[in-house]
Design a binder for this molecule. Sequence first.
Ligand code: NAP
Length: 497
Amino acid sequence: MSEHHRVVVIGAGFGGIGMSIKLARAGVPHVVLERRQDVGGTWLANTYPGCRCDVPSHLYSFSFAPNPDWSNSYSPQPEIWRYLRRVAEQHGVIDRTRFGCEVRSGSWDGRARRWVLETSVGEMTADVVVAANGPLSEPSVPHFEGSADFRGQIVHSAQWDHSTDLAGKRVAVIGTGASAVQIVPAVQKQAAELFVFQRTPAWIMPHRGRDISDTERRLYRMLPAVQRVVRGYHYWLNELLLVPPLAKYPARTKGIRKLALKHLHTQVSDPALRHRLTPDFLPGCKRLTPSNDYLPAIAASNTTLVTDGIARFTPDGIRTADATVHEVDVVILATGFKVTDPSIGDRMRGRTGRTMREVWDAKAGMRCYNGTTTAEFPNMYILAGPNTGIGHTSLIYMIEAQIGYVMRALQVMAERGIAALDVRPDVEAAWDEQVQRKLSRSVWNTGGCASWYLDGHGRNPTIWPDYTFAFARRLARFDLESYYQEVAPAREPALAS
Ligand code: NAP
């Protein structure tokens, strides 16, 4: 007999924790399945040196669980993880979570109108599945010829090995994205020699981080409304300053470019190095990365910026296209995540028996209506799903909007005795067409860079191309008319199409 749940939530990061809290408040029985041994998701996995959040702390928390105790205006990873753990404990999420339980596959049983999940601890069934496994949870590990024979250590930024001692070592960092920008300064201070393998330079912005004083913290504790005002200030500043140039008028990124170039000039005195560090694409095309210590670390005497392409690994290091071998003891892969080809695509089979990837491939790419539901996959909701990504503010805002949408769907199901909801393909197609049309003029599509925002065909299935309040407003109502409905008891065929 498999264990049955009204709702199964996959993943105990920000999405899974928030979902479980709202489900519990509404009295909806559920379980959270988490493959790791603790909560935290990306903030449990990413523990590389220098890891912190580049979104303002006051914005980077649940709206219903403010944290008056942030120590810095941009929080370091351990503090964010501790915050999540505390919220999960306070709201009983830990007790509702099955740790060490990985969902290996899932298929929709149209007759019983439920999901059948194969997990590492056995079979489970669920009326509703909420996939909160996160878009940045599967490390992308490029294949480099010869890496199997490399005698040193290779570690990915999202799988940090804390026994790694970098003191006095020769270290390579491959990549110059948001993770590398945080790793490089931390490693440069410890390593004897640092080689940064840059394929594409990043736009580095001045970092506005500062310590939050005891007085401010006391004030936030005594008067939570003050912290809400600060949160609102950051929210609206980011929306009003960044959405127009990034999403609507890329030519207006000139101001951002000017600021970043000034930062580069102030921090790097060597014109030749500056030239190699200057991107040739519009700022914002890749995530904007703030740092006050990345560029000085690159310019430091123990750092070599390597811009020749990697040809292969040798037993002693990395050989570049110019035949130079850079001998190193440790290689840090800051090479990002598999975002546009997530494994959930192969693991879930919908009502026609096709995998999510097969369904998406047939439609020319990953997509979800409202970033949350995908046709042929009834009663399944994806938090932080396709086209909910944002580069300018907190993803938690988007996730909370989605959680509200799922709660409203569950309420409608309960009120009307609906057993299954499946988004109509025409509604999904119209949504996708609208999103893609907006994206076509955005900096993410037109800025002249290759980034994880785009899939192998140059389509953008990741970014939300508008104000985040527009997304929240849209999801504030559950639009039953956009869904095929099936009312109990079962009839054949399971769902009209
Ligand atoms: P990323 O932005 O995808 O960057 C990966 C880097 O690795 C790029 O510089 C890429 O070069 C390079 N790379 C990949 N494959 C390579 C290969 N085969 N050879 C040489 N170089 C290669 O990954 P990330 O830095 O981990 O960041 C991913 C996302 O995580 C961010 O965009 C952000 O959303 C999130 N993040 C957030 C924070 C935060 O503070 N909130 C911090 C870290 C990460 P190219 O640019 O040439 O492709």
